[in-house]
Every structure is written in C-alpha cells, then in structure tokens.
Design a protein around this ligand. Structure first.
Ligand SMILES: Cc1cc2nc3c(=O)[nH]c(=O)nc-3n(C[C@H](O)[C@H](O)[C@H](O)COP(=O)(O)OP(=O)(O)OC[C@H]3O[C@@H](n4cnc5c(N)ncnc54)[C@H](O)[C@@H]3O)c2cc1C
Length: 494
C-alpha cells in the first residue's frame, strides 16, 4: 500500500459538492431529505445528535471510493456507519459532513470450510456470518450482545468483543484480511490469509481504529469449529466479593471457561422483569460460567468450576440441563442492558476494564460513588476479562442527566486509576476522547496522532473521535467541558 502525504484545495461549496457527489454515484445513492437524514443523527450514544448534510448508501467499494474522493476534493468530513449500534458515539456525524453507510454492502461472498474462513462485505451482520457457517459446524467467534444487528465493519472498527471473548479472543483475533478505502481514495488490502505477513502489521493497527483510518469494504474472517460439548451454570452468591473471589480462583486454577459473566441484584431485577429467565431475585450476585470443548476436558473443568463456586460460598447453582435452558440463561444476560429501561427511564452504559483481581474493590467504589451522587448503578459484565459495564440509571425529566454523566465519567477514570482501561470493547468515540490523557502520556497520544495523520493527513475521516482535541476538550486535557458543537447549538443532549 502507499500512504501519500498530500494536501488539497478545500474550496467548499455545498451545492457544488452535492452535485459532484450525486454525479459520481448511482441515482438514489445520496440522501439529502432532512427527515430521512435524522435516522443517521446518532448511534447508540443517543445523547449526542448531529444531522449530517448528506448520506451515501454505498453498494460497492467503487462507490465508497468515489464518495471519499469527492469529500477529499471539497474538504468535507465523512464518517462510515454500519448499523449504528455503537455505544461511544463513533458514528456521530458532523453537521458539515456526510455519512457513508455500508449497510447495503451485505453479501457473504464465500464460506470456505476447508480453510476455516469467510469473505464478507462490511454490512453483513455478525449473526449472519455464524448462520452462513452453521451448516459446516462453524461459527464466527466474536459475539457482542448486539450481534443480531451490528455489522462486521462496525465490529472491526471497534474491535468488538462479547461474552465468549474470554476464551476465543476479540475481533482482532478473528480478522485475517481487510479491503480498505483510504483517505486518498486508494483501495488497499491489509493482512492476508497466510498468518505470517512480512512488513508492518497494519491490519492490527486498523482493527479498533474506530473508523478514523479508512473505510472497510471487505473482510476475511476466521471461522471457528463449534465445540463438541457445552456446560453452563448460573451460581448465586451472597455478595459481589464472594462472586469475584470465585472468578479469581477459576482463572488462577488454570481454567479458561468460554465465558464468565456477572450480574448484580439490580441487573437481575431488570432482566427478570423483561424476560423472566429464572434468575434468583433474592441474591446479591449471579455468575454465569460456561465451559466448552472436547467432552472429557470440559466435563472435568466444569466440575472444578462448580467446586470453586461451592468453596467460595454460592447459595444456589442452576446447571442448564439442555440447550433450551442454556439459551434461557443467556437470554436473561443478553437482555440485561435493554431491560434496565424497565426500572429506570434513562440510563448510560459505561465500559471500562480493571484487573480481574480488583473487581470486588471497584464494584464497592462504584457503589460508594453511586450512593454519594444519589443515583443507582446496575452492573452486568464480562467478569472473566475484568470488563465492567456499569449502567448508570437516571431520570432526565428529574434533571439528573449531568449528574449521571459525571458519575459515568468518574467510573471510567476510576478504572484507569486502578491500572485498568477506559474501554474494554465499546471504544472511545466521542464519549471518552477527552479522558484519553488520563490513560496515555502526551508522547503516547502524539504517536497515535502521527499514525492517524499518516493514513489521513487532512483528518477528514471520522474527525473528533478517539483522540482528544483542544476543540473537543478545552485547553486543559482530560477535564470535560461542554462539547463545542453543543455550545454552538449544532448538537443537543437529552
Ligand atoms: C444493546 C447493545 C449491546 C451491545 N453489546 C456489545 C457487546 O457485548 N460487545 C461489544 O463489543 N459491543 C457491544 N455493543 C456495541 C456495538 O454493538 C458494537 O460496537 C458494534 O461493533 C458496532 O457495530 P455497528 O455496525 O452498529 O457500527 P456503528 O455503530 O455503525 O459504527 C461504530 C464505529 O465503527 C465505524 N465503522 C462502521 N462501519 C465501518 C466500516 N465499514 N469501516 C470503517 N469504520 C466503520 C464507525 O465510523 C464508528 O466509529 C452493544 C451495543 C448495544 C446497543
């Protein structure tokens, strides 16, 4: 691939730009109708909304390339968009920019069971890859709870994870090769189907770059063989501390379950109200542990997990007796985010990581902070990875939004203080760009900026995401100040 450092004249004239865009694309590919544009004004971080000036519904790599070239010629910012389920504002457009939607590029081009891989377009949903691979006894391992709707392009951009990433790894571990349209309009392939690739590992740099380095137009993914056996249990614990101790001991015993998930009492209450999966309503915490693999191995490991749960004080263990019961246990867990809407009018989903051994400590600190702020926090998370998803419950009607945002930000930064990370899988996006200096030094961030500018010297590709800018964060990095576009009235929070 060639990365060119070029500059362009950016004489912007909206009508000429739109005429040029429409002229280069098939009829109907460009949306400018103000009502239709509102569909694209936010992603899953619905508190930030900006209506873009146009949306391109791309059908082919060439259409993506033409859209990017037109933006470059006129100096217009653009953002790629999959299903818009991102939770960090990654697909938030700018008011003077366009959205390039990849959702129509949803062909599964090849399933290759002999080589355990699939070639897909970026708008294919995560679950559709698994469905297409199922007849061969294979699946796509990254399994975000949003897998029914989120796209593989979005998974690549966010390096998405899911419950089973504890054993199987994140998206980065399951992508072999990408076709990408870069900011200069060149179409390059990163990585390759042979695992040993000489040269810089640009594929790894690209995965998780949150749409700031280019637009993915084709993905070659790894497929994983379905496990021979699966054992799932749900264990109740009298305290978060006891449940966290079980997690620490399971991992310390050298067992790597396919998943270890935890829900606290509030998350269970919400989930039960929504789907009634049969969780105990009188428990402080529930652990879902799943072991899979060859029959003999997973049986031994599962028995060891069960024993560890007993040793750490479980009050009740429910073992899934068949696939229907397993599916029900998972349904309760996967529905938990949305279910929180049943017990609170509004909520913020936070995403942070701490070392697994500090789970109990951070959860009690979160409890203290919640009590101080007078808000409730429900916890449902990937305990095996130390990846928390505190759900900050609030009522906007009662004027609690600012308080909730403050608490949510404090929780993310607390994760960093405790040697963890600002994000486990939802990305930094718009939401946490201003907190990046809490985690990285100026030199670290400068190196990231240099990488970004090598790919996109004019910063037109998803500007304002991932990396902090004075415009977004004020002169004092790390301290949140209202978004400049919010002040100017271009975006609104609600
Ligand atoms: C209920 C719910 C549950 C969730 N559970 C999980 C979970 O368990 N694990 C997890 O990791 N995430 C989870 N998420 C977050 C979200 O679903 C993932 O981040 C997902 O990968 C986003 O995919 P998308 O297609 O919706 O991307 P979008 O939201 O459209 O975009 C996300 C980012 O990717 C970029 N992007 C999209 N397509 C491309 C492309 N083709 N090329 C370059 N950049 C692109 C966008 O610019 C943006 O920065 C959840 C979200 C919801 C709403």
């Amino acid at each position: 691939m060639t990365l060119t450092e070029t500059t362009t004249d950016t004489a912007r004239d909206d009508d000429t730009f739109l005429d040029s865009l429409c002229g280069r694309l098939r009829p109907g590919a460009v949306i400018v109708d103000p009502t239709a544009l509102r569909t694209y004004e936010c992603d899953g971080l619905t508190g930030f909304r900006v209506t873009p000036s146009a949306v391109v519904l791309a059908d082919t790599t060439e259409e993506v390339r033409q859209a990017v070239l037109t933006c470059r010629e006129f100096g217009v910012p653009y953002v790629a968009r999959g299903a818009g389920t991102g939770l960090s504002g990654g697909a938030l457009p700018t008011s003077d920019g366009i959205v390039i939607s990849l959702q129509r590029m949803r062909a599964i081009l090849e399933i290759d069971p002999r080589n355990l891989r699939a070639v897909v377009e970026p708008g294919v949903t995560n679950i559709d890859i698994t469905k297409a691979a199922a007849p061969f006894g294979l699946h796509f391992a990254p399994d975000p709870s949003s897998q029914q709707v989120c796209t593989v392009g979005g998974n690549v951009a966010e390096n998405s994870g899911g419950a089973h990433c504890l054993k199987y790894g994140f998206t980065v571990h399951h992508v072999l090769e990408l076709e990408v349209v870069l900011a200069d309009g060149s179409v390059v392939r990163l990585g390759g189907v042979n695992r040993e690739q000489p040269g810089y590992d640009l594929l790894a740099a690209f995965v998780g770059s949150e749409g700031t380095l280019g637009i993915v137009t084709q993905v070659v993914v790894r497929l994983v063989r379905n496990p021979a056996t699966v054992h799932t249990l749900c264990a109740d614990f009298p305290s978060i501390t006891a449940a966290s101790e079980a997690v620490t001991r399971i991992i310390a015993a050298g067992i790597v379950p396919a998943a270890i998930e935890m829900m606290d009492a509030l998350a269970i209450e919400a989930s039960e109200a929504a789907v009634g999966a049969g969780y105990s309503l009188d428990t402080a915490a529930a652990l879902i542990v799943e072991n899979d693999g060859p029959a003999a191995e997973s049986k031994v490991e599962f028995e060891a997990v069960e024993q560890i749960c007993r040793d750490t004080g479980t009050t009740k263990i429910r073992i899934a007796k068949d696939s229907a019961e397993r599916a029900m246990i998972w349904r309760g867990r996967k529905a938990a985010f949305a279910a929180v809407g049943r017990i609170s009018p509004d909520y913020i989903v936070q995403d942070g990581v701490v070392p697994r051994t500090r789970l109990s400590e951070i959860l009690s600190r979160i409890g203290e902070k919640a009590a101080e702020s007078g808000l409730r926090v429900a916890n449902v998370f990937h305990a095996g990875d130390g990846n928390l998803h505190p759900l900050v419950l609030y009522s906007e009607a009662e004027g609690q939004l600012e308080q909730a945002e403050e608490l949510s930000r404090e929780i993310a930064e607390l994760c960093v203080e405790m040697s963890g990370s600002l994000s486990g899988e939802h990305g930094i996006g718009t939401d946490k760009a201003c907190s990046m200096p809490r985690m990285f030094t100026e030199s670290d961030l400068a190196a990231m900026w240099r990488l970004r500018r090598a790919f996109d010297p004019e910063e037109l590709c998803n500007p304002g995401k991932l990396l902090p800018t004075p415009r977004l964060c004020g002169e004092k990095p790390g301290v949140y100040v209202p978004h400049a576009l919010e002040v100017s009235g271009d975006i609104e929070r609600f």
